[in-house]
Design a protein. Structure first.
Length: 457
């Protein structure tokens, strides 16, 4: 009786899962394994919102496996140690897993290959599981990655996607293999009140409903803050509860400008993965340094606190930060505005903002979070590194009636439309009645400080 192990990481699904498919084809029995790595906690990445969503995903994955005669085996400890021990315990001849791109994922793969190889166990790593196109598949002449999105998108769009894998009908797991109890979101503190439920089933239902109702209008409405026409699939993609290959295929089959715009967003995700795969240090250091002398946490402590708490005095920024705390999620346009305000207007180190987002975002990951922050801060892949997003102008453009602001900043609920994005311009008595702070900084002063720091004068 031959046995293979499938190490689940950021691919918590059964549908379109190449590592599981390959293991089932190669072995009589398969051990679906998830390792709870204490290193994640030590590094501060087990934020309550993601821990809760992860627990949902694991419970859903286990239930799906049990319907097919299998189960999920959960172990706790260093990943390499636990995989090696389980492989020895069940006499597995190979281990399958999805390729990752972070420095941690690359080191994990190297150590697994070495440790398992020393014991005669093969490691099979599969591309195109966490991304639609493998991180190293599309490269320009003379470089190991694309540094600009548009040429990457042109090449990526011509790439032939692999066929999707059907959900297996049966998964046979060795009876003797035991694991730890599944984690639960019950008892977790610090979870956002409106955090969504995780799992492949919920993710597939959400995509099908959104594709039916909103995909066609996505190009025209995805930046509408109040309309909230985005797919909200990012948490499910982050945990791999949905397959990016399947989403691209289904969107292309749907067709139309809305589907094209959605596919472009999925390509942005792949783009960031291929950048970080080639430059793992960009998770903590500037991809393209501008020699900024950012204000530190000590220098800007009061400004940072106001930003985190949603009391900067700029309504659309405050609405964004309050949505983040309440839902563990934030509209993409709002993320850009909140990040630009911290990095460009307050001139605070982008890593401070990125850390706060990782503390709360259910979809927060090192790849997209860090590189999107760098894009906004002007140290990443943006071809216009000095752009500054004006929160007043952006609020008027993407929340013209102020509905998004009023939803998240109830202090401004009764403010007339023309003043919703500039409440400090209200007549004196009306302004005095508001329980809302004045602007933390004059936008012109912030812009002047940023330009001076960047040597733009």
């Amino acid at each position: 009786m031959t046995v293979a192990v499938v190490l689940f990481t950021s691919d918590l699904r059964l549908h379109d899962h190449p590592p599981l498919r390959a293991a089932l084809a190669a072995a009589d029995e398969v051990v679906p394994l998830f390792v709870r790595d204490p290193g994640v906690r030590a590094a501060g990445f087990d934020a309550p919102n993601r821990s809760a969503f992860l627990a949902d995903c694991l419970a859903d994955l286990d239930a799906s496996l049990r319907r097919r005669g299998g189960r999920l085996v959960v172990r706790t400890g260093p990943v390499v140690r636990e995989v090696r021990a389980l492989a020895a315990e069940c006499r597995a001849f190979e281990v399958h897993m999805a390729a990752g791109v972070t420095g941690y994922a690359q080191r994990r793969e190297e150590r697994l290959r070495e440790e398992l190889g020393d014991h005669g166990v093969a490691l099979r790593v599969h591309d195109g599981v966490i991304t639609a196109v493998g991180a190293g598949t599309v490269t320009p002449t003379g470089s190991d990655h694309y540094a600009v999105f548009t040429p990457y998108f042109r090449r990526w769009s011509r790439e032939r996607l692999r066929d999707t894998c059907p959900t297996p009908r049966t998964v046979r797991v060795p009876e003797a293999v035991r694991g730890d109890p599944l984690p639960s979101r019950d008892g977790l503190s610090g979870v956002s009140p409106d955090l969504p439920s995780g799992g492949e089933k919920r993710g597939r239902e959400r995509f099908s409903r959104w594709a039916r109702e909103d995909l066609s209008g996505y190009e025209d409405h995805h930046d509408d803050l109040a309309g909230d026409a985005t797919s909200r699939l990012s948490p499910y993609l982050h945990f791999g509860a949905l397959s990016p290959v399947e989403l691209v295929r289904r969107a292309r089959a749907h067709g139309g400008p809305g589907a094209d715009a959605f596919v472009r967003q999925l390509c942005w995700r792949d783009f960031h993965h291929q950048v970080l795969a080639a430059r793992p240090a960009a998770s903590a250091r500037d991809y393209r340094t501008r020699h900024d002398r950012w204000r530190t946490e000590e220098e800007a402590s009061e400004d940072i606190a106001a930003w985190r708490e949603g009391r900067t005095g700029y309504p659309v920024v405050d609405a964004a930060m309050r949505q983040l705390r309440h839902e563990g999620w934030m509209h993409n346009r709002a993320r850009l505005l909140a990040a630009s305000f911290l990095a460009k207007t307050l001139y605070v180190d982008w890593r401070i903002g990125a850390r706060h987002f990782l503390d709360l975002l259910v979809d927060g990951d090192i790849v997209n979070n860090q590189l999107n922050w760098q894009w906004v801060a002007g140290t990443g892949t943006d071809t216009r590194p000095h752009r500054v997003l004006n929160p007043v102008a952006q609020g008027r453009r993407f929340d013209p009636r102020g509905a998004y602001v009023r939803r998240w900043v109830p202090e401004l609920r009764d403010v007339a439309g023309e003043h919703i994005h500039e409440p400090w311009r209200l007549p004196g008595r009306e302004r005095a009645r508001l329980d809302y702070p004045g602007p933390l900084i004059d936008l012109a002063d912030g812009l002047a400080r940023f330009k001076h720091a960047r040597g733009r004068y």
